[in-house]
Design a protein around this ligand. Structure first.
Ligand code: GDD
Ligand code: MN
Length: 401
């Protein structure tokens, strides 16, 4: 390893920010003390003139500028930040938006706070005492922002303790913390806007500090955050929350329970409407509706990043086969427990249900959607393929922020 050439790498994700580049670089250069060795790394997905503007501005900027333009915007904003981080050379990495809603003047304070406290992560927070989020337009956006912060924090009470603003897009993180995630089973798999959430949960930074700030108004251009980002955020939350097998088993069970709704609804339709099917065939058909429902949820939310092993038709058929085998296996298994282990019918039935549920979960989790082993992952952060590759802004403003 060569010694780093910079003390601070400032990673800026950009998507069509041409009119903000000069102002941003000017303010960053003015904010940093002259002795700070810094570099700015742009992680760009723009389709406008942003790249040209960056190249022009770089020529006269006192700080070295690295431009990484991505032909394919995998993972959206979060994916861009991870690729920018991979190209950053300094032991401290600052992530900041390009539109000046995050004041560059705060960068030295973030680093200083990290140095004096020893924290690996320092977050610029709108919610810490002294912070301000008046730049979030509208009471509706403010409300949804506080609600989603609350839900997120209760889903990850340990990883996010000490973080009042886990949705912040402005923070400083030590390289050592980021590198820790690369050695984890799944690496980093950011999805959309909430890159800090991804880093805080997957890197488990040792020590978190906060510096309050006022989230300002955009300098120029318009926000790229959209209603679609809201959906991405939900998927991101589920992916993160189900990174360990125990949590996955719980979610698997809850989704299984929810499948009773379509199952019973179809059973009711089939048995009550003329000509009225007999219960047994009706229940067999209704069970398929429940399985289809379960498959849709499990395949698109829980195992979104584990679908590469099999085609969708194979996944669906295997899932349905395992689900139907479950029905067939349960009664003989309970009978066996009653006959040979001398169990009473009720505990035998409960135990057979538990065994069959676990068997079903293991087939699905360990085989159908198996995870990558450590040696299969590369050292560079893994980017999951994003089913929504094109971040074309929707007209509806994103409530999460
Ligand atoms: N490379 C890349 N790719 N950059 C993107 C993309 C993308 O798909 N989408 C947005 N960006 C860039 C924008 O160009 C901008 O520099 C930054 O990411 C934030 O995008 P905005 O559209 O301005 O988002 P916002 O103001 O609604 O929300 C921001 O601030 C919140 C509060 O700190 C984001 O940083 C949120 O994550 C953050 O919660
Ligand atoms: Mn913004």
């Amino acid at each position: 390893m060569t010694a780093p050439t910079a003390d601070v790498s400032i990673v800026v994700p950009t998507f069509n920010e041409a009119d903000n580049i000069n102002e941003l670089l000017g303010r960053i250069a003015a904010a940093l003390p002259p002795e700070t060795r810094a570099e700015v790394v742009f992680a760009d997905d723009s389709t406008d003139r942003t790249c040209e503007v960056i190249e022009e501005a770089a020529a006269s900027c006192p700080i070295p500028v690295v431009l990484h333009h991505r032909p394919v915007p995998a993972g959206g904003l979060g994916g861009a930040v991870v690729e920018g981080i991979a190209r950053a050379s300094a032991p401290w990495i600052v992530v900041i938006d390009a539109d000046l809603q995050h004041p560059p003047e705060l960068i030295p304070a973030l680093i200083a706070r990290g140095e004096t406290s020893g924290a690996e992560l320092v977050v610029a927070s709108r919610y810490a005492a002294g912070g301000d989020r008046s730049g979030l337009d509208g009471g509706y956006r403010k409300l949804v922002s506080s609600m989603s912060t609350l839900v997120t924090k209760s889903l990850f009470p340990r990883a996010l303790s000490g973080l009042s603003d886990p949705m912040s897009g402005f923070f400083a993180i030590r390289r050592t913390a980021v590198d820790r995630a690369a050695t984890e089973d799944e690496g980093l798999q950011p999805l959309g806007y909430k890159i800090l959430l991804e880093l805080a949960v997957r890197c488990r930074p040792r020590g978190i500090a906060e510096v309050p700030y006022a989230f300002g108004e955009r300098h120029a251009g318009e926000s790229k955050s959209t209603a679609r980002e809201g959906m991405r955020f939900l998927r991101h939350l589920i992916t993160l929350r189900t990174a360990d097998a125990r949590a996955r088993a719980v979610v698997f069970g809850l989704i299984g329970l929810s499948g009773f709704v379509p199952n019973l609804a179809l059973l009711w339709v089939l048995t009550t409407t003329a000509p009225g099917l007999h219960y047994a065939p009706a229940e067999i058909i209704a069970n398929q509706a429940g399985l289809l429902w379960n498959f849709a949820l499990i395949d698109s939310f829980v195992y979104r990043n584990q679908r590469r092993h099999h085609r969708r038709s194979v996944r669906l058929l295997t899932f349905a086969a395992v689900g139907n085998a479950d029905l067939v296996a349960r009664i003989p298994l309970a009978a066996l427990l009653i006959g040979t282990a001398d169990m009473a019918p009720l505990p035998a039935t409960a135990l057979s249900m538990a065994i069959v549920f676990m068997a079903r979960f293991l087939v699905v989790d360990r085989w159908l959607y198996r995870r990558l082993r450590k040696q299969e992952t590369t050292a560079t952060p893994q980017l999951a393929p994003d089913p929504v590759p094109d971040p074309v802004p929707d007209p509806v403003p994103d409530p999460l922020g």
